[in-house]
Design a protein around this ligand. Structure first.
Ligand code: IPM
Ligand code: MN
Length: 346
């Protein structure tokens, strides 16, 4: 489409700084006939302290009327752990049915990685985004006593598992290597594991060209470091996917480069794009944050909205910029944003 109505949630800490750079590159890459309308939402720790509000219903309803959402980062040490994460970030993922949490990992040239010099690494994790242990299903008995019992129930529905598994097969089918790996822990989590594995096998019969593999999550962490080239598309549950994608980021250039999309493939709700990293309060305000992960998330956003050429231009600019970084003095957040904006227009 020739216009993009974008909701922007800068959020907390470095989220605000990196989102500014993401928008800078977005404006630079868009052709003049694509109209960009942005609406900024003041959500996060500052708003919470000022008004006590986390994500009011009116704002949730208003967010829905956008083509996509760009989010920086949520979370601040001044707010108890989980309040903003659950009340804002997870609420958005659940409300907008972001059941595909897409997290690509590519080994860019010239990046700090323990795997330098290895064959090309290029895989994508399809992390389930609306179920598993993230649903807030659980509780505590005899809280605060030596006999406390705390449970956190992992919710896995047949429909929820099938739709994300199917999405992963579609993505695997569309890639040159056509390989899909299910990651779970079905030797211990037998009920959920059985549902995932049987769904994976059943849906797989519809995709005879896709090669399949199964790994327990612990073994998957070993292979991600020792043989990352064995992965093409990975499908996994919400919590395993959370952990695995931080590891994936660390071994493919660092968390400063890891982009993600919270996708509602049905298109009923806006999808939301964000860097995998958090609000990093320790470096907020220092200008040290690398905005590249946000810029790459903007590329995913553009691709999702059908602007493939612009998405590819951003990815090329990032690869060139990383190649040019060798030995250069460290740059500020703003300088990296400027450099990328220049490259996408050049
Ligand atoms: C992520 C984050 C979130 C998650 C937190 C902040 C709730 O770690 O996007 O990976 O666990 O999904
Ligand atoms: Mn995470």
């Amino acid at each position: 489409s020739r216009s993009i109505r974008l909701a922007v949630i800068p959020g907390d800490g470095i989220g605000r700084e990196v989102v500014a750079q993401g928008l800078k590159v977005l404006s630079a890459v868009l052709p003049s006939d694509v109209k960009l309308e942005t609406e900024e939402y003041d959500l996060g720790a500052r708003r919470y302290h000022a008004t006590g509000e986390i994500l009011p219903d009116a704002e949730l309803a208003s967010l829905k009327h956008h083509d996509a959402i760009l989010l920086g980062a949520i979370g601040d040490p001044s707010v108890p752990a989980g309040v903003l994460e659950r009340g804002l970030l997870l609420k958005l993922r659940f409300a907008f049915d972001h059941y595909v949490n897409l997290r690509p990992s590519k080994l860019f040239p010239n990046t700090a990685t323990p795997l330098a010099g290895r064959p090309d690494i290029d895989f994508v994790v399809v992390r389930e985004g609306t179920e598993g242990p993230y649903t807030g299903n659980g509780g505590s008995l005899r809280t605060g006593t030596p006999h406390e019992v705390a449970t956190e129930v992992s919710v896995n529905t047949a429909l929820g598992v099938e739709r994300v598994v199917r999405d992963a097969y579609e993505r695997a089918q569309a890639r040159p290597r056509k390989k899909l790996t299910l990651v779970h822990k079905n030797n211990v989590l037998v009920y959920a594991g059985q549902l995932w594995k049987s769904t994976f096998d059943r849906v797989g019969r519809e995709y005879p060209e896709v090669t399949t593999d199964y790994l327990h999550v612990d073994a998957a962490t070993i292979f991600m470091v020792t043989q990352p080239e064995r992965f093409d598309v990975i499908v996994t549950d919400n919590l395993f996917g959370d952990i695995l994608t931080d590891l994936a980021a660390a071994v493919t250039g660092g968390i400063g480069l890891a982009a993600s999309g919270n996708i509602n493939p049905d298109g009923a709700f806006p999808s939301m794009f964000e860097p995998v990293h958090g609000s990093a309060p320790d470096i907020a305000g220092t200008g040290k944050a690398d905005p590249t992960a946000t810029v790459l998330s903007v590329a995913m956003l553009l691709r999702h909205l059908g602007h493939e050429a612009e998405a590819a231009r951003i990815e090329t600019a990032v690869a060139e910029d990383l190649a040019a970084r060798d030995g250069a003095a460290p740059r500020t957040t703003d300088e990296t944003g400027d450099a990328l904006a220049l490259r996408v227009t050049g």
